[in-house]
Design a protein around this ligand. Structure first.
Ligand SMILES: [Zn+2]
Length: 261
């Protein structure tokens, strides 16, 4: 048995980016630890969703624990920073946000968990945080430094296959005539396939992945992009998880981030 620590910016990022590898590792008998930098304080919620007096942060923490149970997580930790909001928002500079945190100080918090857990594998994000959100970029910087401090050798940057995303977006835009997202060839999502080094087939775990997304009901509604798509489309879009491991490649050289453990 080995230990996977998976590091994320906000509640719900874990199931979107790594839900498959988390459930897969748990099914194989590995220990899975989820660390979330913030409680997603700036998430948007539909009017009337929360009970009178209920605050979003408390709800999102509860949703994270529910999703974690579905994904086979043994331990959930929040690093205690607050959500920075989208890049360029005034909230980026609010004291206490993850974006304003010292990388060294935040990395020390994560490294303590990595050492406590004798982590074998850590997942972070790519250097653009997948899509440029400041808290996601910070997951890359802090995660990379924490692995150095803790001596965690196997670090995988969870990302998306940009070539695939652009292809699917242009097909979807052509099908429904919706070009509000702008030209797909300008989508700065994930990384080009040529830069990816691990492709993990999680098709056996897409049901758990989707159930975990459903547990984040304050953020991912039944009408959302993620849950509205028919099961076969969801399976195609979310049945593979992509990673970059520094020093691996070129090309896809791994199909399992827990291989050999
Ligand atoms: Zn996020």
């Amino acid at each position: 048995m080995a230990t996977l620590v998976t590091f994320h910016a906000h509640p719900d990022d874990e199931c979107i980016n790594c839900g498959g590898v988390m459930r897969k590792a748990a099914d194989e008998g590995h220990r899975v630890v989820l660390v979330v930098a913030t409680r997603g304080e700036l998430g948007e919620v539909e009017d009337g969703f929360l009970a009178p007096g209920e605050d979003l942060t408390t709800r999102r923490v509860a949703e994270t624990h529910a999703a974690a149970d579905i994904l086979g997580v043994s331990r959930v930790e929040f690093l205690g920073y607050t959500d920075s909001g989208m890049m360029g928002e005034p909230s980026n500079d609010t004291p206490g946000t993850f974006w304003t945190a010292s990388v060294e100080e935040a990395a020390a918090r994560l490294a303590k968990i990595l050492v406590d857990e004798s982590a074998d594998v850590l997942t972070i994000y790519d250097d653009n945080g997948g899509y440029g959100h400041p808290d996601h970029i910070q997951v890359y910087r802090v995660g990379k430094r924490a692995a150095e401090l803790a001596g965690t050798a196997r670090v995988y940057q969870a990302t998306a296959n940009r070539d695939d995303v652009r292809k699917h977006m242009s097909e979807a835009a052509a099908a429904d005539g919706d070009d509000s997202f702008g030209p797909p060839e300008e989508w700065e999502i994930g990384k080009p396939l040529a830069e990816l080094t691990a492709r993990v087939d999680v098709s056996a775990h897409v049901a758990a992945k989707r159930a975990a997304m459903r547990a984040h009901a304050s953020q991912i509604s039944e009408e959302s992009f993620f849950l509205a798509m028919p099961d076969p489309v969801f399976a195609e879009a979310f049945g593979v998880e992509w990673f970059i491991r520094e020093g691996a490649g070129p090309g896809i050289t791994e199909t399992d981030i827990m291989a050999g453990l």
